[in-house]
Design a protein around this ligand. Structure first.
Ligand code: HEM
Length: 205
């Protein structure tokens, strides 16, 4: 495919969709556990007991797959260079009407922050989840603090994921192909990630 560039390998994409499937399973099975307002969602799983069981199984899958995805991305998302700082200074171009051309690598700084947040949220949700799983085995304050952190991280994660899904689909046409088929168009790469484009091709104008 002369006009396409590989962005994600098959294993990277499978990992991303395992994280996504377990994330949405956790969301649906966890809503009723989070608040009485949402206990209607238990019906999707045939009752509260089943929803709780599904939540625990999906939690283990999410924890390990998301942690693996985070560690695989870590080298690409953990550092911010001068070009990234310029992106921050100009609000990623989202705050102005004119065209902005940022010299962005594989991920833009917004994507880096999202990936770092997901990594931290995974650890917090997983560790607090252990205390909530077996509440009688730990002191009361540990379980209560865990419930507070688990709920707060859950709300934060949902908000970030809503923005992520929008930007990866309708917000930036051409992006979803990267996660579905592994490839993006050359034009997309030049426009959104020019530094990465130059790194992975011999196109060095
Ligand atoms: C229907 C839901 C989702 C869609 C359509 C989607 C789509 C995508 C796409 C297209 C990319 C590649 C972006 C690029 O090449 O620049 C991506 C990357 C990524 N996704 Fe998702 N995603 C979804 C759900 C999730 C969830 C639930 C998580 C984690 C909780 C997640 C975490 C990530 C991370 C960490 C990256 C790499 C950094 C980034 O591009 O922001 N995704 N996703």
């Amino acid at each position: 495919m002369a006009n396409s560039i590989e962005r994600f390998s098959t294993s990277e994409r499978v990992l991303h969709w395992v994280v996504t499937a377990s994330f949405f399973t956790l969301l649906l099975s966890g809503l009723g556990l989070y608040s009485r307002l949402f206990t209607g969602y238990f019906n999707l799983f045939g009752g509260g007991g089943n929803a709780s069981l599904v939540h625990k199984v999906a939690g283990v899958i999410f924890f390990f797959s998301s942690l693996a995805m985070f560690l695989l991305h870590l080298r690409d998302v953990a550092s911010f260079d001068r070009d990234d700082r310029e992106w921050f200074a100009k609000g990623g171009g989202y705050l102005s009407r004119g065209e902005n051309h940022f010299n962005i690598g594989k991920y833009n700084p917004g994507q880096k922050l999202f990936a770092l947040f997901v990594g931290i949220a995974t650890l917090v949700l997983g560790i607090t989840g252990i205390f909530i799983w077996s509440p009688l085995s730990f002191s009361r304050w540990v379980v209560q603090l865990s419930l507070l952190l688990h709920g707060t991280m859950f709300v934060g994660a949902v908000m970030f994921v809503v923005v992520h899904v929008y930007l990866a689909t309708i917000g930036n046409p051409g992006t979803i192909g990267a996660m579905l088929y592994g490839f993006v168009g050359r034009r997309w790469a030049k426009v959104h990630h020019p530094k990465w484009y130059r790194e992975v091709t011999d196109d060095n104008p």
